[in-house]
Design a protein around this ligand. Structure first.
Ligand SMILES: C[S@@+](CC[C@H](N)C(=O)[O-])C[C@H]1O[C@@H](n2cnc3c(N)ncnc32)[C@H](O)[C@@H]1O
Length: 352
């Protein structure tokens, strides 16, 4: 009986993992060629000993050396204009002013909301434009806008029922819920700022009230009200938040202070390790981000950045998971660990 119970639970587990495993989407390697060309056309310098391949950690992609790199050698240099910064959002011709007002009202918490809104708008309208596309599209096409792109996992991508099922009672629950609520709030605030223009750019009709023949004739499709977000907008906001949470970092500045968080193309292809082999800093003169080897790096080595120190008391592994979608050093399926009530996520019960 015990044996069949075990088999059953094993089968059940397999079914569940099939149901819940991150759906890996096939990777089009050409997108990285486009990215490298885009970085270079923006004035970036890339060491020719660097390649992008499947990472040795987890199942996403990462960067590797295909030649020996000496300590201090430049790995890449990314100019400020190729970095996705708050400044870029605030300089947007059409929405920069509205973004500034929002930050004035919301305080510094508004920075991420504005960056996410600007990203979502560029993603949606850039895609829509048949000729020019967004200036960011070569870069944005490499980002995890949906669960499973480069095997990206994140609690923002989960359905509510999965949060309840897997996280209730865990140390992630409260933070995962409040993060999801904040993204929901940010989406409705940004919808007010961006929604109508996205609709206009798409040539959509909006029900502004007043006389409208479409509302009077029941057999005609009703146009949406201005409060309803444009199609794809909530998903784009969610994707933007996942990108910012998992890929935006602060650089060291020459004065020893940290710069604000921003997305740096290529630096954001590096996986995390608590013993990184690169360092990154922002040049004061022109804001260029320099990524250099911390030590001699042999051929065929994966390059690692340290997202956050694993020693920080404010960064337990459960928080790593809520923010970055992975737990350092753990290759097992996260959902199985959560179902098994792993001590990473569940406080240890006292032994009786
Ligand atoms: C800055 S991105 C790194 C590039 C990303 N792997 C890609 O393919 O685009 C951060 C994401 O990579 C994955 N990741 C980074 N370091 C990892 C590690 N040490 N183990 C497992 N996954 C890791 C996580 O999904 C994380 O959210």
């Amino acid at each position: 009986f015990q044996h069949s119970a075990t088999v059953k639970s094993h089968r059940h587990r397999q079914q569940l993992s099939r149901q819940y495993a991150v759906p890996e989407k096939s990777i089009d390697g050409a997108k990285y060629e486009v990215l490298l060309d885009w970085v270079k056309s923006n004035g970036g310098e890339i060491n020719n000993k660097i390649t992008i391949q499947k990472s040795s950690q987890g199942s996403g992609y990462g960067a590797f050396t295909n030649g020996e790199v000496k300590e201090g050698e430049i790995i890449f240099e990314i100019p400020r204009k190729a970095c996705f910064t708050l400044e870029a959002a605030l300089n947007d011709d059409k929405f920069g002013k509205a973004f500034k007002n929002l930050i004035e009202k919301a305080g510094p918490g508004g920075n991420t909301v504005v960056m996410a809104g600007y990203m979502a708008k560029e993603r949606l309208l850039g895609k829509k434009d048949a000729t020019g596309t967004s200036a960011w599209s070569a870069y944005f096409d490499t980002l995890p806008w949906e669960r499973g792109i480069n095997n990206q996992e994140h609690v923002l991508f989960w359905q509510e029922e999965k949060i309840e099922e897997l996280l209730t009672g865990s140390t992630c629950y409260v933070e995962a819920k409040s993060l999801r609520d904040e993204v929901g709030l940010a989406t409705s605030i940004m919808n007010k700022v961006l929604g109508p223009s996205i609709r206009v750019a798409r040539g959509e009709d909006v029900d502004e009230g007043g006389f409208n023949i479409n509302r009077m004739l029941p057999w005609m499709a009703k146009p949406p009200t201005p409060e309803e977000p444009p199609e794809g907008f909530p998903e784009a906001m969610k994707g933007a938040f996942v990108c910012l949470l998992t890929r935006a970092f602060q650089d060291e500045k020459e004065d020893g202070n940290d710069d604000e968080e921003k997305l740096v193309p290529l630096l954001d292809m590096l996986q995390h390790s608590d013993t990184p082999n690169v360092r990154h800093a922002m040049r004061k003169a022109d804001g260029t981000v320099e990524v250099r080897a911390r030590c001699d790096i042999p051929t065929g080595t994966e390059l690692f950045n340290q997202y956050r120190s694993e020693e920080e008391e404010t960064m337990p592994y459960s928080r790593f998971f809520t923010r970055f979608g992975f737990v350092p050093g753990i290759s097992e399926d996260m959902e199985n660990l959560l179902r098994d009530k792993s001590s990473i996520f569940y406080p240890q019960k006292a032994e009786i």
